[in-house]
Structures are given as structure tokens and as C-alpha cells.
Design a protein around this ligand. Structure first.
Ligand SMILES: *[C@@H]1O[C@H](CO)[C@@H](O)[C@H](O)[C@H]1NC(C)=O
Ligand SMILES: *[C@@H]1O[C@H](CO)[C@@H](O)[C@H](O)[C@H]1NC(C)=O
Length: 499
């Protein structure tokens, strides 16, 4: 029986290819600004005059996947007004932990100070995770640099500075998000005033007959006002005002991006780059963001909002890392040199979303956190989703498959070097139960099963330059990449229709 299993395992292993590395949730065509390092995040936080929202997510997290559509929809309707960004915490764990992220997704709103040079206020977005709620919340938190102008204050507005100005005439008493965005775009370059239709003298002075209307007042006494006759759309209005003043450049996240290599061989390289980047980031000190966090704590003035419909995942620690590829699992836990690893087989996407699964992952994160705080020697914990083919292979080889695998999380400790494994048994998946199991393993207590030799990989297998398996791997990776590229535009189209 065991031989049969082993044969099957070997067969599957031979066909294995590396699954795609931890994918970003957002594709290339996505309207989301994708932040991959601390510099970029600082750029957004420190130098944008526009309000931003930043999602801290993990690609495997169910609530993050659920949010994706709404988040992109919100980004499209906030385009030009608010920066909508995302950070993949699987790629930049250190950055996320330095931001105090304790669960996924976490949405933070960054509101720049109205006083130049002062620090931005960062607070958690607590509203509903729907496009409508996000848009409403963000538009209401945009800084307002628009000057309310009345017949009585027109002269002081005009003489406040020598620079170019513009007046937006409207019937409304409130300031529209597009108007706020316009003022922010020209901050320091052009003053924007808003005049209500009832300010008869001012309306009359500029000959405004319909509302809304935009009038540009170029600098210099000899210059005549110019009445705008285009569409009252953000982009067009910016272009119109640009004849008198240069708008501020939008924050360029890519200016802070590491230099990109040539496109050829990109996919293969990307993965390595990402890995390197991640490693580098993990080594960086966390100090920089301390100030941010302190501010966040003291200045948080979260507005009361509706209850969230989705349950919030609250974890006291950074989530445990997810292993997305067979190769990674082999090199970390199944090579003849590997020490003990704790693996949480979390099943398919639907199962990942389950509260029970999230609870177990939360307990493991908490335990890892506790170990780290206590400076206790511990082995690493990894989540293994069903999308990692290693999941099926291992569960089969260890005979943990069952008809009701749905909704079940398997905790397995494995030590390939010593050739043993252990399965967490019992219904009680509480923190206490997991911790005592972990302690027993740590102390070498309890019985161990013999790890099927077929699961172990020789350390040098990976280095072999021309193995047959390797060739096959390359082919399949290529195919996968092609498929992905094909799928992306389709996805975008669907979403555009949603708008
Ligand atoms: C932000 O506003 C200031 C004026 O207060 C301006 O000098 C600066 O260029 C603006 N920065 C960006 C990135 O728009
Ligand atoms: C942004 O602000 C942080 C602190 O909030 C600071 O440590 C960092 O150096 C700043 N980055 C830039 C690019 O100014």
C-alpha cells in the first residue's frame, strides 16, 4: 500500500512545475497604485497633497479577494481626486509589520496636513468595504483648499496674492470633490475660489449666466478673465487652468521604484527580483515608521461608521507566511537538510475564507508572535493553500485526505532531515490546544510517524542545470504566463461594464 502511494507521489512530483509565485491581487491594467517598498509608501504619505487610501493585503486572504472588485471600482471613480493604493504584505512583510498591520485587509486613509511640511494623518478606514462607502468616505476626507468667495470677500481674494486665480461659480453651497481636487492640483500655483450663484455682484462682474461656470483670472492687471466653455470634468478643467499656471505633478510612485531590468526573460527574473527585494526589506530596520505610528495613535479621530458586513480578522501578529509553490516548500521543509516546519494545509479558496480556517491561522500567527517575543527557539509556520500543488501531494502521501476535506485544516509538523512527521489530531483547534501540541513537538514528546522517503528532495536536485524535469517545468511555466496575460484584459472589460 505504501509502495503504491509512493509511486503515485513520485509520478505527481515528476509532473510538478513551480506554481506561480505569490501573485499580486491587482494586475497590470488595474487602477490601483501598487506599492512594493517602503520608499514608495513614504513618497505617497509624505509628498502627495491628495488624500490617499492604502490597502494592506495578502493575495491568499478571502476578504481581500472579495474586496478587489469594489476597491478597483472605487479607484476608478476616485481617479484624479484620491490616490488608491495597495501593498501586498506577502511581498513586503517588514513594511506591513512596521505599519502595525494586524489583519487583512487593512485599509488606511492618509490625509496630508493642510499646512505644508507638516505630517500626514493616518487612520484606519472603518467603513463598509463597498465601492460606494469607500468613495463617500474618501471624498469627504479630501482636503479643501477652495476659498469660499462672496461679494463681500471678492476684493480680498483677488488681492491676497499676485498669482493666477480662478473662480468656480455654482448654485451649491457645498464644495464638490472635483473642485477640491482641482484646488489641490494647483496648490501653491493658482488660488481657486468658489462663488455661489446668489452672489449677484460677482456673478454680474464676470458675466456668468449659467451654472456651474469656471473663470480663469490670469496673473497681471492687463490680463482679461477667460471663461471656460468645456466640460466640467476634472481632466479638462486641469488642462484649461494649465494655460495660466502649472499644476503639481501627481505623485510618481515609480520614481521611488527600484530600477527595472529589461523586459526579456522578465517573468523568470521578476520572481528572483521579488525574492531579493523581499529579503532586503526584511533586513531593513523598522525605526522609520515609528513616528508615523505614534501619530496615528494620537491623532486618530475615526468617524463613526456603519458596522462592517464582513467579519473582521483580528490577529495580534503578522500572519504566518504562505508557501505558494512546491519548490519553496521543498527547499524550506522537505530537503534532506530541512529542520522542523509546521505546515497548515488550509484547503481551497472557499475553505480559506472560512472563519474556522482564519481562526487557526490567527492562532498560529499569535503563537509565532509569542515565540518571537519570548525569544523562544521555534520552527517556522507556513500556510499551504490547495493552489500549491504540494498540498494535494502531501495530504495524499500522508493519508490525510478525506471525503470531507472541505472545511478542514490540517496541521502537520514535519522534519525531513530526521524523516518524521506529526499530525495534529482532535477537534479542538483552540490556541491552547495548538500551543500545547507545539510545545510537545518542541520538547520531542509524543510519537512521530515516518515521513515517506518519496516526499523528500535531495538538496542538490535544484542545482542540476539540465534535468528532464526542469525542462518540463519551464514549458509549463511559460504556458501559465501566457494564459494569465490573456485573462487580464478580459477581467478589466467586465469591470468596466460595472461602472
Ligand atoms: C504640494 O503642495 C505644495 C504647495 O503647498 C507644492 O509646492 C508641492 O509641489 C505639492 N506637491 C505635490 C506632489 O503636488
Ligand atoms: C517620510 O516620512 C517618514 C516619517 O514619517 C520619514 O522617515 C521618511 O524619511 C520620509 N520620506 C521621505 C521620502 O521624505
Amino acid at each position: 500500500m505504501l509502495t503504491k502511494t509512493m509511486l503515485a507521489v513520485v509520478a505527481v512530483l515528476a509532473q510538478m512545475h513551480s506554481a506561480m509565485a505569490a501573485e499580486s491581487l491587482y494586475g497590470k491594467g488595474s487602477p490601483i497604485i501598487q506599492i512594493t517598498n517602503k520608499k514608495q509608501l513614504n513618497q505617497l504619505i509624505n509628498s502627495s497633497n491628495h488624500t490617499s487610501i492604502v490597502e494592506f493585503y495578502a493575495p491568499w486572504c478571502g476578504h481581500c479577494k472579495n474586496l478587489k472588485g469594489d476597491y478597483e471600482k472605487a479607484a476608478r471613480s476616485l481617479a484624479g481626486m484620491v490616490n488608491v493604493a495597495a501593498v501586498n504584505c506577502d511581498e513586503t512583510r517588514e513594511l506591513c509589520s512596521s505599519m502595525g498591520i494586524q489583519g487583512f485587509p487593512t485599509l488606511k486613509i492618509v490625509r496630508p496636513s493642510k499646512t505644508p511640511g507638516r505630517k500626514a494623518v493616518i487612520e484606519d478606514y472603518q467603513g463598509q468595504r463597498t465601492a460606494g462607502s469607500i468613495v463617500d468616505s474618501l471624498t469627504s476626507q479630501m482636503n479643501n483648499h477652495v476659498v469660499k468667495v462672496t461679494d463681500a470677500t471678492l476684493d480680498s481674494f483677488l488681492s491676497a496674492n499676485e498669482g493666477p486665480k480662478a473662480l468656480l461659480f455654482t448654485e451649491k453651497g457645498t464644495t464638490a470633490p472635483t473642485t477640491k481636487a482641482l484646488a489641490t492640483d494647483f496648490l501653491g500655483a493658482l488660488s481657486l475660489g468658489q462663488v455661489r450663484s446668489k452672489e449677484a455682484a460677482t456673478v454680474d462682474k464676470y458675466g456668468v449666466t449659467k451654472f456651474p461656470a469656471l473663470v480663469l483670472l490670469p496673473a497681471g492687471d492687463d490680463k482679461e478673465p477667460v471663461v471656460y466653455d468645456g466640460k466640467m470634468k476634472h481632466k479638462e478643467m486641469v488642462a484649461f487652468l494649465s494655460q495660466a499656471a502649472e499644476p503639481n505633478k501627481p505623485v510618481d510612485i515609480n520614481a521611488a521604484a527600484p530600477p527595472k531590468k529589461a523586459k526579456a526573460d522578465k517573468d523568470k527574473k521578476d520572481k528572483t527580483e521579488k525574492k531579493e527585494k523581499k529579503e532586503k526589506e526584511e533586513k531593513k530596520p523598522e525605526k522609520e515608521d515609528k513616528a508615523d505610528k505614534a501619530e496615528e495613535e494620537t491623532e486618530t479621530t475615526s468617524t463613526p461608521t456603519e458596522q462592517q458586513t464582513a467579519p473582521v480578522i483580528v490577529q495580534s501578529a503578522m500572519p504566518i507566511p504562505t508557501v505558494h509553490t512546491l519548490e519553496k516548500l521543498q527547499s524550506s521543509c522537505l530537503s534532506e537538510k530541512s529542520h522542523t516546519c509546521m505546515l497548515a494545509f488550509i484547503g481551497d479558496e472557499a475553505n480559506e475564507k472560512e472563519t474556522a480556517t482564519q481562526d487557526v491561522l490567527g492562532h498560529l500567527a499569535e503563537l509565532a508572535h509569542k515565540n518571537a517575543l519570548a525569544k523562544r527557539a521555534a520552527f517556522p509556520f507556513y500556510a499551504v493553500p490547495a493552489s500549491n500543488e504540494a498540498s494535494a501531494v502531501l495530504l495524499k502521501a500522508l493519508e490525510l485526505e478525506s471525503s470531507d476535506n472541505k472545511g478542514q485544516v490540517h496541521l502537520v509538523a514535519v522534519n525531513a532531515r530526521r524523516g518524521w512527521w506529526r499530525h495534529f489530531k482532535g477537534e479542538d483547534l483552540s490556541f491552547k490546544a495548538i500551543e500545547s501540541w507545539f510545545d510537545a513537538i518542541r520538547m520531542g514528546e509524543g510519537t512521530k510517524e515516518k515521513l515517506p522517503a518519496s516526499l523528500m528532495v535531495k538538496a542538490e536536485v535544484k542545482e542540476e542545470p539540465k534535468g528532464e524535469v526542469k525542462e518540463e517545468v519551464k514549458e509549463e511555466v511559460k504556458e501559465e504566463v501566457k494564459e494569465e496575460v490573456k485573462e487580464e484584459p478580459k477581467e478589466e472589460e467586465v469591470k468596466h461594464e460595472e461602472l
